[in-house]
Write a protein that binds this ligand. Structure first.
Ligand SMILES: [Zn+2]
Ligand SMILES: [Zn+2]
Length: 373
């Protein structure tokens, strides 16, 4: 049974403005879910991809947006429970992980589903083939049978919830992989974007002795201080030597116990190895895939006895933890400070420009907002 159409902002050509298309709402296959998108937040990755930054893994035309929460409109046959085992009902507000195949080495043997080569992500392609609606810049989204879902806590604003489904869940996955945070740790966060600020909040609530944020601009560093950073270092107003010295000054000359790279550039990655203490830990979340590579001496790993780890994306357990962390800590960290303006589909390209220019951290796409004439 055809269920009508969904307006969606579609990337048709890299570097060109998005177009609003009316896409078919497909019939539900067993185990799938149709949701009404309640909020989608825009990520730096969206803007990078729209500009043509990932041509080998994105496929146009595509419905943009991977930070999404939606309200259940219809449940496919057999889809009765969420990842907690709780029953799902029409009207529930949910978030969902990407669809991993469950039939490969990474899914089953390595237990690293975020490395599944057969995964289907949201916001990366398929607007010209069924089920069409695999992105958040759309009135409705189609949740594939292999996506695991969790309910959004009732006290959490949908846009804040959406913003946690990329940055915070990725940070939580990373902290898990690097072995968590202890009460004697001095933690340095490189980057004051959404990932860096969520990582700051998470490290603080995990009991870190001190968390120091390195980044820019000034307003975000002020936010980091309000959220409880021990100190901040403005990347635009300090030299590399000054930053290294500042970290050594507060750690008896040792360096940080844990450094978390959330900046996504080679200069930060290279610098991080000067900030971490011997025998310390370095978590790489931002990474970098273009431009000059970082230069690192092998001795920093063996003589320095470093533990280095990196993660991308997350599984449903991290989505669950991210949503609940945001819900339980929003009084301490008013996460709405990360959100930007609210854009209708017809102005989604402006949201991409805004995040590229650094004007907003997390613009919101509200697909049901109509353009005022
Ligand atoms: Zn994202
Ligand atoms: Zn797989």
């Amino acid at each position: 049974m055809s269920q009508g159409t969904s307006s969606a902002a579609v990337l048709v050509e890299y570097g060109a403005p998005l177009q609003v298309w009316n896409l078919p709402i497909p019939d539900l296959e067993s185990g799938s879910i149709l949701v009404r998108v309640e909020a989608t937040t825009v990520c730096g990755t969206d803007a990078h991809m729209a500009a043509g930054g990932f041509p080998s893994i994105s496929r146009i035309p595509l419905v943009m947006g991977h930070e999404i929460v939606g309200r259940i409109v219809e449940l496919g046959e057999g889809r009765t429970k969420d990842a907690m085992g709780q029953s799902l009902q029409v009207g529930d507000l949910i978030a969902w992980s990407y669809a991993w195949c469950g039939e490969c080495f990474w899914c089953n043997i390595a237990k690293q589903p975020t490395l599944c080569p057969n995964s289907k992500s949201y916001g990366w392609g398929g607007a010209d083939e069924t089920p069409y609606l695999l992105g958040g810049f759309s009135e409705f989204a189609y949740i594939l049978p292999k996506c695991k879902v969790v309910k959004v806590p009732s006290g959490l604003d949908p846009a804040i919830a959406a913003s946690t489904t990329c940055s915070l869940r990725t940070a939580i996955h990373g902290f898990e992989k690097i072995g968590g945070v202890s009460t004697i740790d001095t933690v340095v966060i490189q980057g004051a974007g959404a990932v860096g600020l969520f990582a700051l909040a998470y490290a603080l609530r995990s009991g870190a002795s001190r968390v120091i944020t390195i980044g820019a601009p000034k307003e975000r560093l002020e936010l980091a201080m309000r959220w409880g950073a021990y100190s901040v270092l403005d990347i635009e107003a300090t030299t590399h030597e000054e930053r290294v010295q500042a970290i050594r000054d507060v750690t008896d000359g040792r360096g940080a116990d844990l450094v978390v790279e959330c900046a996504g550039n080679s200069a930060a990655l290279t610098e991080g190895f000067s900030l971490v203490r011997r025998g310390g830990r370095y978590l790489v979340l931002g990474g970098q895939s273009t431009g000059e590579p970082a230069k690192i001496m092998g001795a920093q790993f063996n003589i320095g006895q470093l533990h280095v780890a990196g993660t991308v994306s997350a599984d449903i357990s991290h989505y669950y933890r991210a949503l609940n962390f945001a819900d339980q800590n929003q009084e301490i960290y008013p996460f709405a400070a990360l959100l930007g303006n609210r854009y209708p589909l017809a102005r989604a390209s402006e949201a991409l420009k805004s995040i590229s220019s650094g004007h907003e951290l997390r613009p919101i796409i509200d697909p049901h907002l109509k353009v005022k004439l």
